[in-house]
Design a protein around this ligand. Structure first.
Ligand SMILES: NC(=O)c1ccc[n+]([C@@H]2O[C@H](COP(=O)([O-])OP(=O)(O)OC[C@H]3O[C@@H](n4cnc5c(N)ncnc54)[C@H](O)[C@@H]3O)[C@@H](O)[C@H]2O)c1
Length: 304
């Protein structure tokens, strides 16, 4: 197990003074006043180092954005990390950075889930993070677009729970965190209707899985997280899917511009803000939480 100092960018991360080096060359958001809440005077930026000691956590979509930040935060909290992604280069890079393992995995492929489950060894946590967003006006959305988002965002989460929950149960218990969104809590008028449908499905599937697990005494908690506007490469990928179809400033795929009108405080969050919440849900600090939805949106959905 490498020491904390071995992780590139980790000292900055733990200090809460800057974003970890997780976005590659595309960094729009600068750290701002929100980050001050991490400074609790212990030099660790308020993060619970050791909260995941001795545990192994599987994180899908870990090559980028929130998944990548979660891998760094989980390692900092003491976990061994198993990262998976369709992005081979990014996956190997983050695994090397956190001293973990990487497996190539398309989350829509059930046979691959079975192989990952067999290769993983004992697990205490799963983060179903891999996701895509296709931005498209409703009437211009093809059935293919719909099915593609359903396959990654919903079927990928279902397959993860189906094949990894038993691994966690048989290793003595643990926690699963599914990535939903504020788009899974309310509708969206600017081209994300199909994405919203996937995230709403993740929200209720999470609750049902949590109930079944609790009723059967499997000792596996299942919760969802609901990020607001978080500055990650998903926005660039979204732009590639076709923003030119809109003539609507609310449909911006620039998270800084979008957050300026939608988020109280006016700026997007960083992926480490979501990673912190995920670590909490993986850890014993949330041991009485299951079937819950944790919203991290700086008040975006709190009211008008
Ligand atoms: N960034 C936001 O504003 C935001 C807000 C709410 C929810 N989310 C959710 O958070 C999760 C992570 O998003 P992000 O912003 O970090 O995005 P991202 O694009 O930076 O990272 C997503 C990762 O998933 C991987 N991926 C895509 N399809 C895959 C597949 N079929 N199998 C395996 N891996 C695959 C990508 O290669 C990438 O590494 C997603 O589920 C997203 O819907 C993001």
């Amino acid at each position: 197990m490498p020491s904390l100092q071995d992780y590139q960018g980790l000292e900055d991360y733990l200090e809460g003074r800057s974003y970890p080096k997780i976005r590659g060359p595309i960094i729009r958001g600068a750290p701002g006043p929100l980050d001050c809440c991490h400074n609790d005077g212990d030099g660790m930026g308020g993060r619970t180092v050791g909260a995941l000691d001795g545990r192994t956590i599987l994180i899908t979509g870990a090559a980028s954005g929130i998944g990548r930040a979660t891998a760094i935060a989980a390692a900092a909290a003491g976990a061994s990390v198993l990262t998976t992604d369709i992005d081979e280069d990014g996956g190997h890079e983050i695994a090397a950075q956190v001293g973990g393992r990487f497996l190539h995995q398309d989350v829509t492929d059930e046979a691959r889930w079975q192989e990952v489950a067999a290769a993983a060894g004992p697990l205490q946590g799963l983060v179903n993070n891999a996701g895509i967003a296709i931005v498209r006006p409703l009437l211009e959305t093809s059935l293919e677009d719909w099915r593609k988002q359903q396959a990654v965002n919903v079927e990928g989460v279902f397959l993860g729970v189906k094949h990894i929950l038993p691994v966690i149960r048989d290793a003595g218990g643990g926690a699963i965190v599914n990535l939903s969104s504020v788009a899974g809590l309310r509708g969206n008028s600017v081209g994300l209707s199909c994405y919203s449908a996937t995230k709403g499905a993740v929200r209720l599937f999470t609750k049902s899985a949590a109930l079944e697990s609790a009723r059967r005494g499997w000792n596996v908690r299942v919760n969802s997280v609901h990020p607001g506007i978080i500055d990650t490469p998903i926005w660039d990928r979204m732009a590639e899917s076709g923003p030119s179809l809109f003539n609507d400033s609310n449909a911006s795929t620039d998270p800084v511009q979008r957050a300026s009108s939608r988020v109280p405080g006016g700026r997007p969050g960083g992926p480490e803000n979501i990673a912190d919440a995920i670590i909490f849900l993986l850890s014993d600090a949330s041991s009485y939480m299951t079937g819950s939805e944790l919203v991290i949106d700086h008040g975006m959905t709190a009211g008008t």
